[in-house]
Design a protein around this ligand. Structure first.
Ligand code: DGJ
Length: 739
């Protein structure tokens, strides 16, 4: 209740009161007109125009005062925008817009126009660090609205954005396009770093200047959707992306299916970024009263190059997204490459012994342990029949798990629950559970087909595979979840609207993963996809780590893990020592140590000096893994344009750092001629530098120095030479703060 005072001085008080009311009114009006979405260092600022259109008029470094964003608009002297809506916060098709739309619909009455006007906005504080802005837009003619949600993580400078589309018309509305985000970036030139790939060639980078018109990044593979093009990209303004300078954006779609990103440089040279699910063959019928929620688009903006941007993203991912991102991980021995499908209980028991001998935490049993009518002895049969193979494992999985318990190692298991071989009992019993066109020949990818996860019965089946493994083996400690096939012949016997299958598939997958995590919240799970090609930040909500590639040649992994590291932290990147590549075991182990270390080699065939090296390396890894998993990563020397690569991890207190260097060239005398400038240390702190991961009895001139302490300032300004050359092809250094 407002209490208006009376008596002496009433007029004055009344005047003050009215002034306050008026200023509150104007403040709130102004507030409604300028909507800043800020993190600690970046801002996207929306302006509501007089006719209630919402424009994105500022995208860049955060300014000191909100009022200054309005001043910015006065500084723009670009050509006029004849559409009037190029910078719309969510551009719709069918009215004035002639650029790529974020949303395109056919209304219940068949009309194809859509105009979205401001209704309201609201800011919610979710935690001390997270602020969520919701913006409601509505069509003045149709009962159709879009809520845009912007979630800002202030410290890590990360924003997640998505949209919620609702309609209350007199019938279904067809959504032909439904982006998550529509950004507008003022500038004169932009560069794109995108990625392409294939099996064993994941994360190949390509940098190009964006020309006028539209560049689309997308995928239509359905499952393992990112095989040819992962949903991550970098955009820099004014010049190619640089590690420590310049304005860059790292972006990604949080969606484990078909996605699409349109990068449109418009007539004024500004960049429009429209990102979301792929609408190709995926129009969606939205019923009255229903809401269609898009996946999240994720980005971070940095004015200090890709280095700072990726540290922001890695820190955000550990804190807010990757399952148990701030926890621990298990080192392991996998049997895939040492046995393939050829093993039995006895062999596995020996491998459990090798796991113990090596000193890693867990033994991971890979493909080939299941199916009886059509035994899984190669990749042509058995997928879908998840009963232990009686010939290989007469006493079931339980006998192996029991032996693991006895030997004091943990046990994990491989599954590929979304898939089926036509040669399986599952296919014979439930052909209608399989994605395939009823009247067309079947196509296979690795001799298999994809189960229809849009069907709740299939969801129950897939959940049941995991659930029954845990029920029968309560001490099961790890799951490797594989996914080898793409979707051919997209057709669901369950769905009424076939164009919704790609979306319904991914939603069905998430439902299963939600159920698994509700019942088994902590068990580590690796996201694998016939190598890499499936990782994204929606999936990593359920997985603790991912498999970057079947290509474990350490030389290739130096490049691949380097590129993945722009987007994903080391704790999430499974890296195994295998027989791929001709490098010595030290090089292989040193490379795997920059991620989450594992082994997939026949330990019994290692030479004694190799085995003892591996054993020591595992112990060494245990000493520094916290820094690698939870510290800040700095890329120092790029393998793409040098003879060697260097990168380092520094713990949050700047007390400890691990520095990895790898020779990547065979040329004469290739190596580290000059010192490498470290990053991220405390300049005023002295650090002892020690070389680790040496073969038994091997000497290091670095360790032999009388005084091997240096100031952080020296290490960062003058640098330190790891002495990388053909005799020392990989070098691991540990810097420890000393008094
Ligand atoms: C593909 C994976 O990438 C491999 O690591 C292995 O698990 C095989 N599948 C098993 O079939």
């Amino acid at each position: 209740m407002i209490n208006i005072p009376s008596g002496k001085g009433t007029k004055l008080r009344m005047f003050v009161f009215l002034s306050v009311l008026i200023s509150i009114f104007f403040y709130s009006t102004t507030k409604a007109q300028v909507i800043p979405i800020e993190t600690d260092s970046s801002a996207m600022v929306l302006f509501v125009t007089k006719n209630k259109e919402v424009r994105l008029r500022y995208f860049g470094q955060k300014l000191n005062d909100v009022k200054e964003y309005e001043q910015f608009t006065g500084q723009l002297h670009q050509a006029s925008d004849p559409s009037g809506v190029a910078d719309a916060v969510y551009s719709s098709a069918g009215s004035r817009n002639f650029f790529e739309p974020a949303i395109s619909v056919i209304h219940a009455d068949g009309n194809t126009s859509l105009a979205l006007r401001y209704v309201s906005s609201d800011v919610k504080r979710i935690s001390a660090d997270i602020e969520e802005t919701q913006l409601l837009l509505k069509d003045p003619v149709y009962d159709f609205n879009v809520k845009l949600v912007f979630r800002a993580y202030r410290k890590d400078n990360v924003v997640e954005q998505w949209s919620e589309i609702t309609q209350n018309e007199n019938g279904a509305v067809r959504l032909n396009k439904f982006a998550s985000a529509n950004l507008y970036w003022y500038g004169s030139s932009f560069w794109l770093k995108q990625y392409h790939g294939d099996w064993a060639r994941e994360m190949q980078p390509e940098v190009t200047k964006l020309s006028h018109g539209i560049k689309t990044l997308d995928t239509k593979l359905g499952t393992r959707a990112d095989l040819f093009q992962p949903p991550v990209f970098i955009i820099s303004a004014d010049h190619k992306p640089m590690e420590d300078q310049g304005e860059v954006m790292l972006g990604s779609i949080e969606w484990s299916g078909n996605y699409r990103v349109d990068l449109e440089v418009d007539n004024r040279n500004n960049l429009r970024i429209i990102a979301g699910m792929n609408n190709a063959s995926s129009s969606y019928e939205l019923q009255p009263g229903k809401t269609f929620r898009t996946p999240r688009f994720l980005y971070t903006l940095s004015q200090q190059g890709t280095g700072q941007a990726s540290r922001n993203l890695q820190s955000w991912a550990r804190k807010y997204r990757i399952l148990d991102g701030e926890g621990g991980r298990l080192t392991l021995l996998n049997n895939w490459e040492s046995t393939y499908f050829d093993f039995n209980e006895e062999k596995l028991k020996n491998l459990l012994g090798d796991t113990k001998k090596l000193g890693v935490d867990l033994f991971l049993l890979d493909d080939g342990w299941f199916a009886n009518k059509y035994p899984r002895n190669d990749d042509h049969a058995g997928l879908g029949d998840w009963q232990p193979n009686r010939k290989k494992l007469p006493n079931g999985i339980q006998a192996v798990v029991k032996d693991a318990d006895k030997k004091g190692v943990k046990f994990g298991i491989w599954i590929e629950p979304e898939m089926v071989n036509p040669k399986s009992e599952l296919y014979e019993k439930h052909p209608d559970w399989v994605i395939k066109q009823p009247d067309r020949p079947e196509y296979y990818f690795r001799n298999q087909l994809v189960l229809d996860l849009s069907n709740p019965k299939v969801q129950d089946f897939v959940f049941g595979i995991v659930d029954s493994l845990f029920i029968k083996n309560p001490s099961l400690a790890y799951i490797k979840w594989d996914c080898n096939s793409v979707i051919y012949n997209a057709y669901s016997a369950h769905l009424n609207h076939q164009s919704e299958l790609y979306i319904a598939y991914v939603r069905g997958l998430y439902k299963v993963l939600e159920r698994i995590r509700a019942k088994y919240p902590q068990v580590p799970m690796m996201l694998c996809s016939g190598g890499g090609g499936r990782v994204d930040y929606a999936a990593l909500k359920y997985f603790t780590e991912f498999w970057p590639s079947d290509n474990t040649d350490p030389l290739e992994r130096v490049f691949m893990q380097w590129e993945y590291s722009y987007f994903y932290p080391a704790i999430s990147m499974a890296a195994h020592v295998t027989n791929w590549g001709r490098q010595p075991i030290k090089y292989k182990v040193d490379v795997a140590m920059m991620g989450k270390l594992g082994f997939d080699i026949p330990v019994s065939k290692l030479k004694p000096e190799e085995l003892s090296f591996c054993q020591q390396a595992v112990q060494q890894y245990n000493k520094v893994k916290d820094v690698i998993w939870h510290g800040d990563q700095y890329r120092l020397i790029s393998p793409w344009n040098h003879d060697f690569a260097s990168l380092m991890y520094v713990d949050r207190k700047k007390d400890k750092a691990v520095i990895f260097s790898y020779l990547v060239s065979n040329r004469y005398d290739a190596g580290s001629e000059l010192p490498v400038k470290f990053k991220g240390l405390n300049p005023d702190q002295r650090y002892k530098i020690e070389e680790v991961n040496l073969y038994n009895g091997a000497k290091s001139s670095i360790n032999d120095k009388k005084d091997n302490t240096y100031s952080g300032s020296f290490l960062m300004k003058a640098g330190f030479n790891p002495v990388v050359n053909s005799r020392r092809a990989s070098v691991v250094l540990v810097a420890t703060a000393v008094n």
